[in-house]
Design a protein around this ligand. Structure first.
Ligand code: 48H
Length: 253
């Protein structure tokens, strides 16, 4: 016989067990778009304790819809990251094309299989700062924030925090407002107009630490440094996610 309360108990117990195992992290990644998922995979593969906090229910960020809702993405650089995740790529005229739904599904699967956790439906609304260094994130249920309820959030410690929140660079914005950034201008420059070639190159170049303990990857990196957007070409996102993982791994070796 199925008892309704058994189901309740199993879900609550399992979530509490998993969550409590993950309140002291090596790396907290904010945002489960392509750059956050790739970073999570490479960090978890090396044994780091990594959690992605994603405000929506579904991970994948802006990758699901490909270009104008046609479910295909193009990459010029970084197709090997897709292939390593088992994503089929077709080469054409010096570009690689992949199905965006397959790409998201397999990036999520490989990050999880590598040992990363994804806590979905959670919005990061603040950071923890001690001695001038970001040392954790502060999160709340997205549903609570959407309902505009006055409910206080909870804190999770992390040795490194990655802002992978895409165009909005939400974590960088919080730190900029409260402390200023550690970038040359000390502030968010804002994303510039579409230019695929420059945008792709800059995404990787801009990836790195923007305040002690806080790293930026993906579209957020271009928003912080005032570099162009690039439309539905995703190689920069993949290589940026890989680069931020490598930078952090180098620091904790
Ligand atoms: C928890 C949050 C919060 C928060 C946001 O937008 P994304 O896909 O980000 P990237 O940088 O990995 O990829 C960018 C790419 O998808 C894209 O938009 C491109 C290439 N655009 C080019 C162009 O010209 O337009 O994912 C970011 C994720 C999303 O899932 C958000 O829901 C999530 O971050 N997020 N999660 N707490 N405060 N803010």
């Amino acid at each position: 016989m199925i008892r309704d309360v058994d189901i309740t108990k199993l879900i609550i117990e399992k979530f509490a067990e998993e969550f409590l195992k993950n309140i002291e992290l090596d790396v907290a990644i904010v945002g489960a778009g392509p750059s956050g998922l790739v970073a999570a995979k490479y960090l978890a593969e090396k044994g780091k304790k990594v959690v992605i906090f994603e405000r929506k229910l579904s991970p994948g960020g802006g990758m699901w819809g490909g270009g104008i809702g046609y479910p295909y993405i193009v990459v010029k650089q970084g197709h090997e990251v897709l292939e390593e995740a088992g994503i089929k790529c077709i080469e054409k005229q010096g570009y690689w094309i992949a199905n965006s739904i397959e790409a998201v599904a397999k990036l999520v699967a490989t990050a999880i299989d590598a040992g990363a956790k994804i806590f979905n439906g959670m919005t990061v609304e603040d950071v923890m700062v001690r001695d001038g260094r970001v040392c954790g994130i502060v999160a709340n249920w997205s549903a609570i924030l959407q309902a505009n309820l006055h409910v206080d959030p909870i804190s999770i410690e992390a040795s490194f925090v990655i802002d992978a929140t895409g165009h909005d660079c939400n974590v960088a914005k919080i730190v900029e407002k409260k402390y200023g950034l550690g970038t040359p201008g000390g502030k968010i420059e804002g994303e510039k107009a579409m230019w695929a070639d420059e945008g792709e190159r800059k995404t990787v170049e801009n990836t790195g630490e923007i305040f002690p303990g806080l790293y930026v990857t993906g579209m957020a990196a271009n928003a912080v440094y005032g570099s162009p957007r690039m439309g539905p070409i995703f190689g920069g996102m993949l290589l940026s996610g890989k680069k931020v993982a490598e930078i952090i791994l180098e620091k904790v070796r």
